[in-house]
Ligand binder design. Structure first.
Ligand code: TYD
Length: 138
């Protein structure tokens, strides 16, 4: 049974503070400050071939997805509504709550997708079948 507190309205773009001077820009983020959870894992997608990624939801995981180089699109779907975001700014992250299906696509060659996650990798937290995901949403 889907917990109604998890829907697309919970997902939002977060702007991270950036300090700029003549040397360039420095962007930072901290758990429980800009990031609404404790960061336990970081992974990144690079050398992207413009093939789709994602195609899953997480039962409990919270994530922030950001583009630290190039750009890509990410479509979020809560089983009722969907919305596509273009991530291209190094100081903007997209917060994704649990129980949101995501598809990543349109990767530019130079893209690097950085993901901050609230837990360690656990295959049991994944829902990889869209029909199964929808059945949780009813
Ligand atoms: P997957 O989640 O399917 O990638 P994406 O959603 O970006 O398309 O992960 C691909 C493989 O990598 C899969 O075998 C699980 C493994 N993996 C880890 O071992 N640790 C991790 O932190 C992640 C995200 C994936």
């Amino acid at each position: 049974m889907k917990n109604n507190i998890y829907n697309l309205h919970k997902c939002k773009l977060i702007e991270f503070p950036t300090l700029s001077d003549e040397r360039g820009d420095l962007t930072f983020l901290e758990s429980f400050k800009q990031i609404p959870f404790d960061i336990k894992r970081i992974y990144y997608l690079h050398n992207n071939k413009n093939l789709n990624r994602g195609a899953h939801a997480h039962k409990e995981l919270n994530q922030i997805v950001l583009s630290i180089s190039g750009s890509f699109d990410i479509k979020l779907d809560d089983g009722k509504l969907s919305k596509t975001f273009k991530l291209s700014k190094k100081n903007m992250g997209l917060y994704i709550c649990p129980m949101i299906w995501r598809d990543l696509f349109n990767f530019t060659k130079d893209s690097v997708c950085l993901v901050l996650a609230s837990d360690f990798y656990k295959e049991s937290d994944y829902i990889r079948n869209y029909q199964e995901f929808l059945s949780y949403c009813e």
